[in-house]
Structures are given as structure tokens and as C-alpha cells.
Write a protein of this length. Structure first.
Length: 494
């Protein structure tokens, strides 16, 4: 009889148990800060090598990029500072871990009139609150050029004044707030479900509401983001704005025309010197130049929105889906195949298991690509529905009605429709995608920079939210859903 093999010791088994969460949190923060930049550096370096090998004029005229090794050193050493994201993660988790026991001892001695469960929860909440407050203040103490201005006016000493702004940690705060609201809402809904099931009043409508909660959250969030991308692009992070523009593949002159319709710079039936904007687009696509003149064309034809796909809105929708599906598949498929290959590299993996993993990877990439393709298609077709198919029959066909449609109604229709493409994704991924997009949608409602005197409000919201999430996780780990639950499970595992 073969001897039983002893389990392999974990990588952190030599670390004291009380220090393990802190070390895991630091490593997670370092990987989050350095990993994406390292991948970007490798991809850029590989693309530059391919470009240089072709010896094109464009390549020779391109300004020299930062050498690979110095860039690698900067990326690897950058997150090691005391005010960095890894240090923030370690301070948050370590502070929560170290403060909980003394706080529980304090409440056991001085709050014996409340239950042991309440004392435990209170000590966990307060420990998390204090650690979150101090760790975020550590992250906020770092000054960056994008949140610093030098005024033209000199101070009393004759030196130009430097003004520092808050807001650098706003995305992190909104992520925490979103997760806290999800935890609270999920707990309240669970208790309601138990009461109604016990009373026999749990209905099909309740079950449908539970299934549609995540899709509805995504639809609302993505609609708000798309509205902001059209009309208030400065409220989106630059990288996020660039990615949406790449996925949408739209002529910037169309976006400018919609913006000017909304602020009434471009008026249908009036000559406000806006004809050159879309007139240049007509010249590029070979359309009659009068199509782009708002004084003569009320409104500009929907064929211009189709950008070369012909006059049919339905054909344009199909063409958009095919184009967007291919664009998304080029990104999703290599990543899915890489993950599948990683999970089947062991020698014990059978040939059939490898084939099944490959099939799942291809289907997953195709499904995600169909979701993104449908998102873009529904947005454009929503615009067409409001401009051509439905809007004129409801609001009218005169210049004033057309101004209202192109001044916001058509974009609102696209925003309302696009997010429901999430129903093409499997139910397990819907919650992760919805909770990923929701804080970014909330960020569009706030300025990217604000005065330092108001920063305490953000810190308070972050600390209270993190305290809710961590306390709930330690009481009921299944309540923190999705990727966040997995991260906390890795950090706080026994």
C-alpha cells in the first residue's frame, strides 16, 4: 500500500499567522500596480521590435522610446514607495488585523451589557474603519502633477502659489461605496426572501427581479457612461475614454455635431456657420455636400451616422455587430486561449480535458465578443430608432422636433438600450461586470478634482464602506460577491 503523501506546505507557512494577511495584501497590491504596466511594456516593446524590423519611414521618424531595461526598472521599483498602492493595501489589512483583538478586549471589559455577537461585530467594524481611514490618508498624502496647479499670482513672499487638489483616490472610494451598497442591498434582499418564502408569498416577480438586478445595474451604469462619453468626456478617465472611442469606431465629427445640437450651437433651419463641420465629412465619404448643412438638411441623413454602410439602419446594425464582434474577438480569444493553456499544462491532464478546455475558451471568447458587439450595435440602433424609425412619428418631423431628437433624445435612446446586451453573458459574469462598471458610472457624477478642504468627506465614505464590506465578509463570506470576494478570500484565508 502506497504511503500517503503529506500536503505540500503553503508558500506563506513560514510567516507568523497574524502577519500573513498583511503580506498577502502587500503582494496583491504590488501585482495590481506593477502587473498591468509590465504587460503593457512587454507588448509595446514587442510591437516596436516588429515595427523597427520593417525599417519604414514612419518608424525612423518616430521619436525614440524609453529603453526597455530602464523602463522595466522604473515599473518594478515604482510601487515600492511608502505612499504607494501596495503600502496602502498592507496598512489597510494589517491595521484591521492588529486592531481587532485589542478592540474586542476593550468592548468585552467595558460593554458587557451588549451581546457577544454585537461586541465582535462592533470591534471588527471599528478596526476596519480606523485602518481604512489611516491607509487612505497615506495614499492621499502623495502629491502628483495632475492634482497640482501653480497660480500666476504670487503669494506674500513673491513666490507663485501652489494649489493642491483632492480626488486622486476618488475611483478607489467609489469602488468601496459600490461594494458596500451591494453588500447591504444583498443582505436586505436575502432577509426579505427568507421572510416571504416562510410566509409562502415569494412570487415569480420576485425571482425575476433577483435575476434582473445585475443586468439592470449594468444597463443603468453603462448608459450613464455612454451619455458622459458623448457630452462630458472630460469626466471620464483618459484611458477609459480612449478605449470607448476605439470600440465605438465613430467619426469624431459626428460626436461634435451631436454636442453642438445639444448646446444649440448647431440649429436646424438656421445658418449658424456650422456647415463646414459635417460638410467636410460629406466630402470625405462622397455624399452631397448639402447633407451636412443644417440650414438646408433638416436633419442630416441617418446614412451619415452609418458612415458608409448605406441608408438602411438595420443593415448598419448588422454591419456594426460584425465589425465589433471581430474587434472584440481579436482581444478576447488570445486571452481565453492563454488561460486555458495555463490550466491544462500539467502532465496528468488528458487529451480530452485539453480539448474541452479549448472548446470552453473559444465559446467564452465568442460569447463575450457577442456581448460587446451587441452593446455597440444596440447603442447605434437606438440612435437610429430615435432619429428615423420611431422618434419622428412620436415627436414630429419639424425642425424643432428634429432639434430635440438630435439634441439628446437619440443619444438617450442608445444609452437606454446598449447595456441590456449583458443578457448575452452568462449569469456568473454579469455580477462581476456590473460591479466593475458601477463605480465608473458613479465617478461621472463627481468632478475629477476638488478642493482639499472637502477631502474628509471622501475619506469618511471610504472608511465606512470598507468597514461594512470587511465586517460582512468576516461574518458571512458568501455575501461579498464576485472578484472582490475572491480577493478577500485570498488575503484573509486561514
Amino acid at each position: 500500500m502506497a504511503a500517503a503523501t503529506s500536503p505540500r506546505p503553503r508558500w506563506d507557512s513560514a510567516i507568523a499567522p497574524i502577519l500573513r494577511p498583511l503580506v498577502r495584501a502587500y503582494l496583491f497590491g504590488y501585482a495590481s500596480a506593477a502587473g498591468p504596466r509590465l504587460l503593457t511594456l512587454v507588448l509595446q516593446h514587442a510591437a516596436r521590435r516588429r515595427r523597427d524590423s520593417k525599417q519604414t519611414t514612419t518608424a525612423r521618424d518616430t521619436p525614440p522610446a524609453e529603453p526597455f531595461l530602464p523602463a522595466l526598472q522604473r515599473i518594478l521599483l515604482g510601487p515600492l514607495g511608502a505612499q504607494s498602492f501596495p503600502a496602502f493595501c498592507a496598512a489597510l489589512v494589517g491595521g484591521t488585523t492588529f486592531l481587532e483583538l485589542p478592540l474586542r478586549s476593550f468592548f468585552d471589559r467595558h460593554a458587557g451589557n451588549i451581546s457577544a455577537v454585537a461586541r465582535r461585530r462592533l470591534s471588527r467594524w471599528l478596526a476596519s474603519f480606523i485602518a481604512a481611514w489611516l491607509s487612505l490618508r497615506l495614499l492621499q498624502s502623495k502629491q502628483t502633477p495632475s492634482f497640482t496647479d501653480v497660480t500666476a499670482e504670487s503669494g506674500p513672499d513673491g513666490v507663485p502659489q501652489t494649489i493642491h487638489y483632492a480626488g486622486r483616490t476618488l475611483d478607489l472610494t467609489l469602488l468601496a461605496v459600490t461594494r458596500a451598497l451591494d453588500v447591504i442591498g444583498g443582505e436586505l434582499w436575502h432577509r426579505r426572501k427568507l421572510r416571504r418564502e416562510a410566509a409562502g408569498t415569494w412570487t415569480r416577480l420576485d425571482r425575476a427581479a433577483a435575476r434582473l438586478a445585475d443586468p439592470a445595474l449594468f444597463a443603468l451604469s453603462s448608459g450613464l457612461i455612454m451619455w458622459t462619453w458623448i457630452y462630458l468626456p472630460s469626466r471620464l478617465p483618459r484611458a477609459y475614454n480612449k478605449w470607448i472611442s476605439s470600440a465605438a469606431a465613430v467619426d469624431a465629427r459626428l460626436i461634435a455635431a451631436l454636442q453642438r445640437c445639444r448646446d444649440r450651437t448647431l440649429l436646424y433651419g438656421h445658418d449658424t456657420n456650422q456647415a463646414p463641420l459635417l460638410g467636410a465629412m460629406c466630402a470625405d465619404y462622397g455624399w452631397p455636400r448639402e447633407w451636412g448643412d443644417p440650414a438646408r438638411s433638416v436633419p442630416f441623413p441617418c446614412e451619415m451616422v452609418h458612415m458608409g454602410s448605406g441608408p438602411s439602419c438595420e443593415y448598419h446594425a448588422l454591419a456594426r455587430f460584425a465589425q465589433s464582434f471581430r474587434w472584440a474577438l481579436a482581444s478576447y480569444l488570445p486571452l481565453s486561449l492563454l488561460l486555458a493553456a495555463r490550466s491544462t499544462t500539467t502532465s496528468t491532464t488528458s487529451r480530452h480535458a485539453r480539448i474541452r478546455a479549448l472548446r470552453r475558451a473559444v465559446l467564452s471568447a465568442a460569447r463575450s465578443s457577442a456581448f460587446l458587439g451587441a452593446f455597440i450595435t444596440l447603442f447605434y440602433y437606438g440612435v437610429c430608432l430615435a432619429r428615423t424609425r420611431v422618434g419622428p412619428h412620436v415627436l414630429g418631423k419639424d425642425a424643432a422636433a428634429r432639434q430635440k431628437i438630435d439634441g439628446g433624445y437619440c443619444v438617450a435612446a442608445g444609452c437606454a438600450l446598449c447595456g441590456w446586451s449583458i443578457l448575452l453573458e452568462n449569469a456568473g459574469r454579469r455580477k462581476d461586470i456590473a460591479l466593475f462598471v458601477a463605480p465608473r458610472a458613479l465617478a461621472t457624477l463627481f468632478p475629477r478634482r476638488y478642493g482639499l478642504e472637502k477631502q474628509w468627506r471622501e475619506t469618511l465614505a471610504f472608511a465606512a464602506s470598507v468597514a461594512v464590506v470587511l465586517t460582512c465578509f468576516k461574518e458571512n463570506r458568501g455575501r461579498v460577491r464576485g472578484v472582490m470576494g475572491g480577493v478577500l478570500g485570498f488575503v484573509f484565508r486561514e
